[in-house]
Design a protein around this ligand. Structure first.
Ligand SMILES: [Zn+2]
Ligand SMILES: [Zn+2]
Ligand SMILES: [Zn+2]
Ligand SMILES: [Zn+2]
Ligand SMILES: [Zn+2]
Length: 225
């Protein structure tokens, strides 16, 4: 809503219901007020977004009175805005809806004439046609529930039962080979540990032998009677 573009709210008004639209323009963006709030000191009306970014640039400074104090927009202004009706922003794509000010936001989020991109071929498509397209688009990736291999939908016919079974066999062989390798690694690890323990035991035994030799060679007077 920041510029007066082709799609601006002002350009899309279809029904004014006698409301004087010029009184409902934002001083900052000069477009129709969107979610307006007001300055309590000068009664200036601004789109919430417009005054928010304005105040980031010059804090506390109202565009009109230089002394900004926020208050809620008067019910009168809200009522005036509510009388206006608009063409949907997606009218150029074929949306026929004429929507009231307060319902506009919600409609344009849900509008079926919004352009979206196919996740496969990236073509722009109307939101309401996207699901149907994506259910048929050849560039969408599919994943086989049997073998977990993924392929483009357009290549689905080459993933035959035969191909799938061969892939499952290949995976099974690979898994078996991995399992076997893990088992071998574990056996090797345990064997190494066992060897180390044997060495430790031998070292201990040797030390015991040495100590008992030393004990025998001690003078008699240190031995107990
Ligand atoms: Zn504005
Ligand atoms: Zn002010
Ligand atoms: Zn629409
Ligand atoms: Zn597609
Ligand atoms: Zn498969």
């Amino acid at each position: 809503m920041e510029t007066k573009s082709q799609n601006s709210l002002l350009n899309r008004i279809q029904v004014t219901s006698g409301v004087n639209v010029e009184d409902l323009e934002c001083i900052i963006c000069t477009n129709l007020l969107w979610k307006p709030i007001a300055c309590n000191n000068c009664d200036g009306l601004y789109c919430s977004e417009c005054i928010k970014s304005w105040l980031v640039q010059s804090p506390g400074n109202c565009p009109q009175c230089q002394n900004y104090a926020e208050r809620r927009c008067s019910p009168f202004v809200i009522k005036q805005l509510a009388k206006l009706q608009f063409a949907c922003i997606n009218q150029p794509n074929g949306c026929p809806e004429i929507i009231g000010y307060e319902a506009l936001d919600k409609h344009e989020i849900e509008c079926g004439y919004k352009l979206q991109q196919c996740s496969g071929c990236h073509s722009p498509l109307l939101k309401k046609e996207l699901a149907k397209h994506q259910n048929n688009c050849g560039s969408i990736r599919l994943t086989c529930s049997e073998c977990n291999v993924s392929y483009f939908r357009r290549d689905a016919s080459s993933h035959t039962e035969n191909t799938c079974l061969r892939e499952q066999l290949r995976q099974f062989r690979q898994d078996s080979a991995t399992y076997k390798q893990q088992q071998e690694e574990m056996i090797n690890r345990l064997t190494t540990q066992l060897e180390q323990q044997k060495v430790d035991i031998q070292t201990h035994e040797k030390r015991i032998e040495e100590l008992s030799q030393e004990l025998k060679q001690l003078p008699k007077k240190y031995t107990r009677k």
